[in-house]
Design a protein around this ligand. Structure first.
Ligand code: FE
Ligand code: CA
Length: 510
């Protein structure tokens, strides 16, 4: 319903404009209506909800923009924008691709708001957003996790369905763009080649933001975002690209800058030199603490790559003893410490939002020949052990790990020791499938599942997302799956439901 509202509004403006032209209506109306679709063609977004405010985002589009443009924003308590409670303005600079990151403060905790931008006589669509509940308030939370939306692998029917759900929050876990050039047989065209320069990255983001279903999802609720590899380069690790390209640091800097320009991130996150600080925490009243991790920017290079290359590999443990090197980290020492020091004992749930599957996943029988993919947590097992040890030492309440990256719906029990069948389950894990990107053949996943009994569900043959309802007593999860992501009008269904009860780690069929 909400997704249709702005279309209705645009249609109303368009018919007003047609009428205006015919009837000689005021010039301001003709000006506003003739350019409004162009200037705000990339939509609006909001993110990082706090108890007293959030970040509002847009980027001006179209030809002939001045270097600096004043963009006014307003926040209202109603959808028709009558009861405005905050307003301000930002200057959109050409040097920032005319992106706008506005940060209203002083709003009431735990309520919905609507927002709109105005510039150059044009108005954006109205977006819906909300504040987090007050720190000491009891609360519920409806949220979804999503990841991996390769443009030419499908249409964004998943976003259309997600935007129609009553969600408080969307958590995007990486691969917002893919850096690849067009390929044969793509479901839709990808203009341009492989993405390398700042201009390339900007155009790739703009391409994605031109999609009405993705725009609807951004306009429906605030998002929390982290990246994975494809926002820069497949399988990169810190300042090392998978091709060991000596110019990689420059490429990463361009990619990080374009990422900041296009995401609802605060001004303080603007990248400095080659760094963009993304990891952060978000409280949702007394209910939950969301820990948002960055497993790309600070990681050690993957162990045992193919000769002459960086990036991932799938290796038998016996052939790659450096996997077990204590010094190797997926998060970097500073972020590992930050996480160990920040688990909540007071809030009912700790939601660990990060990129990929955390549970061990061996592609062969681990009793015979443990075999791991080196780009995920299996490539950094000591780093995972430290994380789990720190979580247990802090007595983190109800830890739930959320992930993406592997284009497969996995539901898993995180064990203290995966080699010991009697080892306790210490956390629950939900790793969601992709919005569009393809997975491995299901037969390969099915063949490996018996080697990984702590994985309770593993299906990579459908695209979609995971939808959650959380209260103090339980977490309910629905695994949402499209009939066919190659169709813009694809229907959606629920493949399975799981529940995590307060005080009982591990997902039960729900
Ligand atoms: Fe992906
Ligand atoms: Ca990835």
């Amino acid at each position: 319903m909400l997704a249709r509202m702005p279309l209705t509004r645009r249609r109303t403006l368009a018919s007003l404009a047609a009428g205006a032209a015919a009837l000689g209506a005021p010039a301001w109306l003709r000006a506003a209506t003739s350019v409004s679709a162009d200037r705000f063609a990339l939509g609006v977004a909001s993110g990082q909800p706090r108890a007293d405010g959030m970040v509002l985002w847009t980027r001006l589009a179209g030809d002939g923009l001045p270097d600096a443009v004043e963009v006014r924003w307003s926040v209202a308590r109603d959808e028709s924008m009558r009861d405005v409670v905050a307003r301000g303005s930002e200057t959109a600079h050409a040097a920032d691709a005319h992106s706008v990151h506005a940060e209203p403060r002083g709003l009431e905790p735990g309520r919905w708001y609507w927002y709109r931008f105005d510039a150059l006589g044009a108005a954006s669509r109205v977006g819906r957003t909300r504040t987090a509940p007050a720190d000491d308030a009891s609360a519920t939370l409806a949220f979804a996790i999503a990841s991996c939306q390769r443009w030419d692998a499908g249409f964004y029917a998943a976003w259309r369905h997600l935007a129609a759900e009553p969600l408080d929050l969307v958590i995007f876990l990486g691969d917002y763009i893919y850096e690849y050039g067009a390929r044969q047989g793509g479901v839709r065209a990808t203009p341009g080649g492989a993405v390398r320069s700042l201009q390339d990255y900007r155009e790739r983001y703009a391409l994605h933001r031109s999609d009405p279903d993705l725009q609807a999802a951004h306009a429906a609720a605030p998002w929390l975002v982290v990246w994975d590899d494809h926002e820069v380069d497949n399988d990169y690790a810190a300042l090392q690209g998978q091709d060991l390209d000596p110019g990689f640091a420059q490429r990463r800097a361009a990619a990080y800058r374009a990422y900041w320009e296009h995401m609802p991130l605060p001004k303080s996150a603007r990248p400095r030199d080659v760094e963009l600080r993304l990891y952060d925490r978000f409280a949702w009243g007394r209910l939950a603490l969301v820990h948002l991790l960055d497993d790309r920017q600070y990681r050690d290079p993957q162990a045992c790559p193919r000769p002459g290359r960086g990036g991932s590999n799938t290796v038998a443990l016996k052939d790659c003893p450096s996997l077990l090197d204590e010094r190797r980290s997926l998060l970097g020492a500073a972020q590992e410490r930050w996480l160990a020091d920040g688990w909540s004992r007071e809030r009912a749930w700790n939601l660990l939002a990060q990129q990929t599957l955390m549970s061990r996943f061996s592609w062969r029988d681990p009793a015979v020949e443990p075999t791991y993919w080196t780009d995920g947590w299996d490539g950094y097992p000591r780093s995972r052990e430290r994380l789990l040890r720190g979580m247990l030492a802090a007595q983190a309440r109800n830890p739930v790990v959320l992930g993406g990256d592997v284009h497969t719906h996995y539901v898993a029990d995180l064990k203290r020791d995966f080699d010991d069948p009697k080892s306790p389950v210490v956390a629950s894990e939900f790793c969601g499938t992709s919005i569009t990107s393809e997975s491995l053949p299901q037969a390969r996943i099915d063949a490996a599942l018996p080697f990984n009994p702590h994985i309770r569900f593993g299906r990579g043959d459908r695209r979609g997302y995971m939808s959650f309802r959380l209260d103090a007593r339980r977490l309910q999860c629905e695994l949402r799956v499209l009939d066919d992501a190659r169709r813009a009008d694809s229907a959606i269904a629920t493949a399975a439901r799981f529940v995590v009860e307060d005080g009982r780690p591990g997902a039960q069929p729900g």
